[in-house]
Design a binder for this molecule. Structure first.
Ligand SMILES: Cc1cc2nc3c(=O)[nH]c(=O)nc-3n(C[C@H](O)[C@H](O)[C@H](O)COP(=O)(O)OP(=O)(O)OC[C@H]3O[C@@H](n4cnc5c(N)ncnc54)[C@H](O)[C@@H]3O)c2cc1C
Length: 527
C-alpha cells in the first residue's frame, strides 16, 4: 500500500503533550501536521464525557465530567507556564481561579484550609505550629532549591553530555534526590504539620516514603500561587488546538491506532496504523509514553535505565462521577462548598500512607481516603442546574486482576456488584466529612483502572506515566530525545507529570527537534 507523505510531522496521541507539539508546529513553524488518536475523542486525559440528567426531558440537560483535569497551578497571568498554555491554545482558553482557599484537608480531629499565595501559606503554618517556625521557613527555601535543581537537571539531560552537565546537576542534588519521608521525620515533630506538607502526594503518585524531595517540591510550588480551572471545562483546550491545527492545513484523525513506527537506516520515517495504512513525515512525535513507544511502536526493549521507573507499583485510581440535584453552596443544604478541593481521610494517625497501605479495602466497601472535587462549581461557564462532583480514590491494579481480559460493559455481575460496593464506601466517606452531601446525589457512575486502560491505553491504568522516583531523574532518559533519530517523546514522560508537565514535555519536544530558542519563546509574554 502506498504511503501518504504530504505531512511535515506526525504526532501519535492527542494528550496535552501531543496537542502542544501539534499546535506549536502549526502556529510557529507553519507545519502541516497529522495528529493520530486512538480514542474517538481529542485530548487524551483532557477529554470530557456527558451523561443525561435522570428524568430530564430536555436532551441538553447533561452532566459533564472531566477525565484528568481537576486543577492546574501556575495559570495566573504572566506565569511562564500560563504563557506557554496561551501559546498552545492561541489564548482561547480562559483560566478561572479557584476559591482563595483551594484545598481543604479533613482528617479525624484535623482540618486545614490551604490559601493561595506562598507567603500566606507560610504564615498560616507558622501561626498554627509556632514551635516549628525555623523548620517551616527552611522547608519553603528547600522547595525552591529543589525546583531549581529540577530545571538544571532537565537542561542537563536535554543538551549534549559534557563535564558542564555534571556541574549543572551537582549543586542541590543531595537535597533534591533525598527521601521526602525521611525529610519530614527529621525536620518536623507535629504529625499535623507533616500532613500539611504532604497531603497532596496523590498529585504525583509516589508515597512520601518512596518519594524524592524534588517530586514533592514540584507539586508544592506548582500550587503556591493558587489553582485554576479552564472556563467551559478541559475540552476547551482541544477545541482551541483543533482550530490552530486545521488553520495550518493539518489533519486530526480520531479512532486511528498507531501500531508501529517505521524506520529506515535507523531513522524514524513514518507510522503504520492498525488498519494497515502508512504515513510518512520527516518528524515523528510520540505522546504515548516511553515504555509503550519502545515496546509497542518500535518493538524493542526500552532503555535499561528506564525500567525501574515502570516497576514500582503503578498509581491508579477509581473515580466516582456524580450529578447533584442542587448546588452544595445553597445555605442549609450542606456546608458551604465553593468549588475547592477536599482531601478526605479517616486515618486517626494523620499519616496518609496508612490509607495507601489499606487502599484495597475499598473493594470491600471501606474508603479510607478520597479526593473530592466539584467541576461545575469552579467553572463560571457551567450550565446552571447541572452540578457535578467527582470523588477519586487510590486502589491497586492487582485488585482487579480477576477481570483481566474482559471488555467494557461485559465484565459480569460480580464487577457490577464490586462497583456498587466501592460507590457506597466513597459516598459514606464523603457524607461523614460533608454532612448532607449524599442526599444531593442524582446520578452516579464509577470508573475503575480498567476503564482508564480502555480509554487511555495507559498500561495497568497508571495515570501519570513513568513514576517520578529517584531513578527517573538520574536516568537522563525522561526527555524528548530517543535513541532513534527523528523520533521524539512528548507528554509526561518527556518532562513531568500532570497537565503542566505534559505541556512542558510538548514544548521540550519542539525545542529538541526545531530549536530551543523558538520553542522557549512560548514562555515569554504574549508570545
Ligand atoms: C483521574 C485523573 C485525574 C487527574 N487530575 C489532574 C489534575 O487535577 N491536574 C493535573 O495537572 N493533572 C491531572 N491528571 C494528570 C494529567 O491528566 C496527565 O498527566 C496528562 O494529561 C497526561 O498528558 P499526556 O500528554 O502525557 O498524555 P495522555 O493524556 O495520556 O494522552 C495520550 C493519548 O495517546 C492516545 N494513544 C495511546 N496509544 C495510542 C496509539 N497507539 N495510537 C494513537 N493514539 C494513542 C491515548 O488514547 C491518549 O489520548 C489526572 C489524571 C487522571 C487520570
Amino acid at each position: 500500500m502506498e504511503a501518504t507523505s504530504n505531512f511535515d510531522a506526525i504526532i501519535v496521541g492527542s494528550g496535552m503533550g501531543g496537542m502542544t507539539v501539534a499546535s506549536l508546529l502549526s502556529s510557529r513553524f507553519g507545519a502541516r501536521v497529522l495528529l493520530l488518536e486512538k480514542h474517538g475523542k481529542l485530548g487524551g486525559f483532557t477529554h470530557i464525557f456527558k451523561r443525561p440528567k435522570p428524568g430530564a426531558t430536555d436532551p441538553d440537560q447533561k452532566y459533564e465530567f472531566d477525565v484528568g483535569l481537576h486543577y492546574v497551578g501556575q495559570m495566573h497571568k504572566g506565569a511562564p507556564v500560563r504563557n506557554a498554555m496561551d501559546a498552545v491554545t492561541g489564548g482561547a482558553v480562559e483560566w478561572s481561579p479557584m476559591p482563595d482557599c483551594f484545598d481543604r484537608v479533613s482528617f479525624p480531629g484535623f482540618q486545614l484550609s490551604v490559601p493561595k499565595g506562598r507567603d500566606r501559606f507560610l504564615a498560616e503554618l507558622i501561626q498554627r505550629f509556632p514551635a516549628e517556625e525555623k523548620a517551616i521557613r527552611r522547608y519553603f527555601k528547600d522547595v525552591q532549591s529543589a525546583q531549581g535543581w529540577m530545571m538544571r537537571n532537565q537542561m542537563a539531560q536535554n543538551f549534549p553530555k559534557g563535564p558542564w552537565s555534571t556541574l549543572l546537576r551537582a549543586p542541590g542534588r543531595r537535597l533534591a534526590l533525598g527521601n521526602y519521608g525521611d525529610y519530614l521525620k527529621t525536620h518536623f515533630q507535629d504529625p499535623g504539620l507533616r500532613l500539611a506538607l504532604s497531603y497532596f502526594w496523590w498529585d504525583h503518585g509516589v508515597a512520601p516514603s518512596e518519594c524524592p524531595f524534588v517530586t514533592q517540591a514540584i507539586i508544592a510550588e506548582h500550587y503556591w500561587e493558587g489553582a485554576y480551572y479552564p472556563k467551559g471545562g478541559s475540552s476547551t483546550i482541544g477545541t482551541a488546538v483543533r482550530g490552530i491545527i486545521e488553520k495550518a492545513g493539518g489533519v486530526i484523525q480520531l479512532k486511528t491506532e498507531v501500531k508501529k513506527i517505521l524506520t529506515e537506516g535507523g531513522r524514524a520515517v513514518g507510522v503504520e496504523t492498525a488498519d494497515g495504512k502508512t504515513y510518512r513525515a520527516p518528524w515523528i512525535y510520540s505522546n504515548i509514553g516511553l515504555q509503550r513507544t519502545y515496546e509497542d511502536l518500535l518493538q524493542k526493549p526500552m532503555p535499561e535505565g528506564a525500567k525501574d521507573v515502570f516497576k514500582t507499583p503503578e498509581f491508579t485510581v477509581v473515580t466516582l462521577y456524580l450529578g447533584l440535584r442542587e448546588s452544595p453552596t445553597r445555605p442549609g443544604s450542606v456546608q458551604k462548598v465553593e468549588g475547592e478541593n477536599y482531601w478526605l481521610c479517616d486515618v486517626e494517625s494523620l499519616d496518609s500512607e496508612e490509607a495507601w497501605v489499606r487502599r484495597d479495602e475499598l473493594l470491600d466497601g471501606k474508603a479510607w481516603a478520597a479526593y473530592l472535587s466539584f467541576p461545575s462549581l469552579k467553572d463560571p461557564g457551567a450550565k446552571p442546574g447541572l452540578v457535578t462532583a467527582e470523588i477519586m480514590a487510590v486502589v491497586s491494579r492487582d485488585a482487579f486482576k480477576n477481570w483481566n481480559g474482559t471488555s467494557k460493559s461485559k465484565r459480569g455481575e460480580d464487577y457490577v456488584a464490586l462497583k456498587a460496593r466501592m460507590t457506597e464506601g466513597l459516598l459514606i466517606l464523603a457524607e461523614k466529612h460533608i454532612p448532607g452531601f449524599r442526599a444531593l446525589v442524582d446520578f452516579q457512575e464509577l470508573a475503575t483502572p480498567l476503564t482508564i486502560e480502555h480509554y487511555s491505553s495507559h498500561r495497568r491504568g497508571a495515570i501519570y506515566g513513568g513514576a517520578p522516583i529517584r531513578s527517573r531523574y538520574e536516568s537522563g532518559l525522561f526527555r524528548p530525545q530517543t535513541d532513534v533519530p527523528g523520533l521524539y517523546l512528548c507528554g509526561t514522560d518527556a518532562a513531568g507529570h500532570g497537565i503542566a508537565g505534559a505541556l512542558m514535555g510538548g514544548v521540550l519536544a519542539v525545542g529538541a527537534s526545531k530549536g530551543w530558542i523558538p520553542a522557549f519563546r512560548v514562555f515569554g509574554p504574549s508570545s
